[in-house]
Design a binder for this molecule. Structure first.
Ligand code: SAH
Length: 363
């Protein structure tokens, strides 16, 4: 069995090179070829000795998921459907803005958490993605975006906000994060890499200890009774424990705040009283709020809060001294919004036929 070199972070690759009888600096050279130059063919790694190139070709390969769908919105947003095996595909989304380019990456095929308002949860859990399948999304997106463009580094930010719960797949997510941060690979600063979690408390502690990056927490409700319904994981890690974990995380976090995501569900969690209750619990953690207007999907039971309701909700939080942004809808010509990523080919065909999805970005 050939080793897929996308599965290794820098230390892992050095270890593999050792088993081949090669020096660590050769591993760094190869890391740069793969991740900085996007090169997957050992024969073209021109500054390696021919013997090493041949040795690598017989023992290893560079294999990313297969692109089976590539949709571009008029505003430059791109979505790739990536096949990871015969039964599973995941989605990665590129969101260009004036001052940054953000790639939204998936961590699992499906999800166990089954949040009431999320389409990924409805499809159930299939499996964890490997490190190669996670970093492979960035590797591929970089290659695709560079193609024919003159931007050397089109992706300035990565958010682990695609399909799946990253903190339930840390064995594979952490090496992928290390590659994102590694100067011989993608060289992103910790502040520009964000992991989003529904609140897996032990995972937050592990991430803090092993690879602290910016953290977003999907809050969605200001009390346990409502959050138990919307985010069933809350029954295991209720708000009190979650907020305590946020404060532990902040001791090592690269940013001095946690981003709280809050999906705006009409008549469910968007009342003035919810906003006031939220301001009360938010006072216990250094945080910023990102309000996400709900994105509908087939058979979803919720409706999006109206624009005025969202503005009023934001206003109450602001008057309590909190920083609030609202994720903005733009481009309705590709299906790629938060909570809509489903990732199977049949579903994609159905959805594009209906043209129902909206693309969401941070305002
Ligand atoms: N499992 C992780 C990351 C994936 S979801 C998490 O829960 O944070 C990324 C964000 O999109 C989360 O805040 C999630 O709650 C939100 N989301 C899910 N479904 C949505 C929907 N239908 N409309 C808007 N946001 C949604």
């Amino acid at each position: 069995m050939k080793k897929n070199l996308l599965d290794f972070d820098a230390a892992g690759l050095a270890g593999f090179f050792e088993t081949l009888g090669e020096k660590p600096f050769r591993a760094r050279q190869v890391l740069r070829w793969i991740h900085q130059s996007g090169e997957g063919d050992f024969a073209r790694m021109s500054d390696l000795a021919k013997g090493l190139r041949e040795k690598l070709a017989s023992a290893a390969l560079v294999e990313a998921p297969t692109v089976v769908g590539d949709t571009a919105a008029e505003d430059g947003t791109r979505k790739w459907l990536l096949k990871v095996d015969a039964a599973n595909a995941v989605e990665a989304v590129f969101i260009p803005e004036t001052s940054r380019g953000t790639l939204c990456v998936s961590s699992q095929a499906g999800c166990v958490l089954d949040c009431a308002f999320c389409s990924t949860g409805k499809q159930g859990f299939n499996r964890n993605l490997t490190t190669a399948e996670i970093i492979g999304q960035l590797w591929l997106a970089n290659k695709e975006l560079r193609h024919g463009a003159d931007i050397a580094r089109p992706i300035s930010n990565v958010v682990m906000m695609g399909m799946g719960e990253p903190l339930l797949n840390l064995d594979n997510v952490i090496p992928a994060l290390r590659l994102m941060l590694d100067d011989n690979a993608y060289g992103l600063s910790r502040r520009r890499v964000t992991v989003s979690t529904a609140g897996v408390v032990p995972g937050m502690d592990r991430l803090r200890d092993e690879c602290p990056v910016a953290l977003a927490v999907s809050l969605h409700a200001p009390n346990d009774a409502l959050r138990d319904r919307l985010v069933p994981l809350n029954r295991k890690y209720p708000l009190g424990e979650l907020l305590a974990a946020c404060n532990r995380y902040l001791e090592r976090a690269p940013r001095d705040f946690i981003t709280f995501e809050y999906v705006m569900l009409d008549g469910v969690n968007d009342a003035d009283s919810h906003a006031r209750e939220l301001a009360g619990i938010a006072a216990r953690v250094r945080c910023k709020f990102n309000l996400i207007p709900f994105n509908p999907f087939p058979r979803s039971d919720f409706r999006r809060s109206g624009a005025e309701r969202i503005a009023r909700f934001a206003d109450i939080l602001r008057r309590a001294g909190l920083t609030v942004t609202t994720r903005k809808t733009r481009g309705d010509d590709i299906a790629a919004a938060c909570g809509q990523l489903a990732g199977d080919v049949a579903d994609r065909t159905r959805r594009s036929a209906r043209r129902l999805a909206l693309k969401e970005v941070r305002a």
